[in-house]
Write a protein that binds this ligand. Structure first.
Ligand code: COI
Length: 369
């Protein structure tokens, strides 16, 4: 069954997959029936936008992405409200960040407004896949890969922009419970002038070794700056915040830290609540000293996948720094409740962050059947 909706060719697949039980979801293992795709060639620009059944891609082994890693991605979520509506959280920021990453990776920019329209159409069609259980959502993964069949090192002249959807539960098995994070000393994630503030696969590949070497029970590693190995950067799957003597401090964006959408939302909420918040350089020594002085009150990570993830313990070599006696702090809890409250439509959204998505399943099926 094929039709055209708002310039997007839509091919409905007839055999729907079985939906998972929403209270048993893990992160990123199940994918929905359809995906969005469009192509880029140097002569036509971005073209042939389409929603098609989710299936393996047919790509040449010589496609440049496999060899030189020219790719970018984003992460966002669709939430189901108690009224049964689907909504997105600040999706424009993700597409605008995608273009920022595109620019760093020499990938041609996408039309952000069109990408949002395509996303809404895909999510509207797959609305039945948004899980209902508390803390679950439909994770959205837009990504671009270079597909030209060529082994020279140069920007590709062919790309695919794809959006896939995955019903998910909590990113960390700990859920909202505090995680243990190891401070990384031997490896670095990126340096200034590198690709750290772009969301590109290579940054994540570079992070795997440290994660593998970290001890059992460590959820993630905390990266320090790549030059002095002194200043805190981010965790890789989330930005980090430390509450020191009443002030919430987060590393300033310095060119090697990802500008998180949740990070920005946390800062806005803290300002709105008149909680002192600072974006600045923060050394590991300062955190250790604050802990010694009894002034390290809380630590938490913030990201789309992780939401707000309290940090109960920092491990640095033999040293273990327990934070807030390993418990979730009051600020982390308030942020989690407020962000998820806005995302699931349970509380008022004073910032106009959420965007409703129309249910298209019925109209599309009627139109095509
Ligand atoms: C997200 O929070 O959406 C991310 O992209 C982090 C991730 C690598 C799971």
């Amino acid at each position: 069954m094929e039709e055209e909706q708002q310039g997007i060719r839509t091919e409905i697949c007839s055999s729907g997959k079985e939906k998972p039980k929403s209270d048993q979801l893990e992160f990123g293992t199940i994918f929905t029936d359809h995906m969005f795709m469009m192509d880029y060639t140097a002569d036509k620009g971005w073209h042939d936008p389409r929603i098609v059944p989710y299936e393996p891609l047919n790509i040449e082994p010589s496609a440049m992405v496999f060899h030189y890693g020219q790719s970018v991605f984003e992460g966002m979520k669709a939430y189901l409200t108690s009224d049964g509506d689907a909504q997105l959280f600040r999706p424009q920021r993700n597409f605008s960040r995608m273009n920022h990453s595109n620019s760093r990776l020499c990938i041609p920019p996408i039309d952000e407004a069109f990408a949002l329209k395509a996303l809404k159409q895909l999510v509207g069609l797959e609305k039945d896949w948004i899980p209902e259980a508390e803390g679950t959502s439909l994770y959205i993964r837009p990504f671009i890969i270079s597909t030209e069949a060529f082994l020279g090192v140069a920007p590709s002249s062919h790309y695919k922009f794809i959006i896939i959807l995955s019903p998910v539960g909590a990113y960390y098995k700990e859920g909202i419970n505090p995680v243990k994070i190891a401070v990384e000393h031997d490896y670095v994630r990126t340096v200034k002038g590198g690709t750290g503030e772009a969301k590109t696969g290579g940054n994540y590949a570079a992070s795997l070794k440290a994660q593998e070497m970290a001890a059992e029970g460590i959820a993630q590693v905390l990266w320090l700056d790549g030059v002095e190995r002194k200043y805190i950067e981010e965790v890789g799957s989330m930005n980090v915040f430390f509450k020191i003597d009443g002030t919430v401090v987060t590393p300033a964006l310095n060119g090697s830290i990802l500008e998180g959408v949740t990070r920005n939302s946390v800062i806005q909420l803290l300002k709105y609540w008149n909680v002192p918040v600072e974006e600045r350089k923060l050394s590991m020594e300062e955190v250790i000293q604050a802990h010694k002085d009894g002034k390290l009150e809380e630590a938490f990570g913030a990201g789309t996948a992780a939401v707000i993830s309290p940090i109960g313990e920092l491990v640095r070599g033999e040293k273990h720094i327990e934070i807030n006696e390993g418990n979730t702090g009051a600020i982390a809890k308030r942020l989690y409740d407020t962000l998820t409250g806005i995302q699931y439509g349970k509380i008022e959204d004073p910032f106009d962050w959420v965007e409703k998505v129309k249910d298209l399943k019925q109209t599309t099926l009627k139109a095509s059947g």
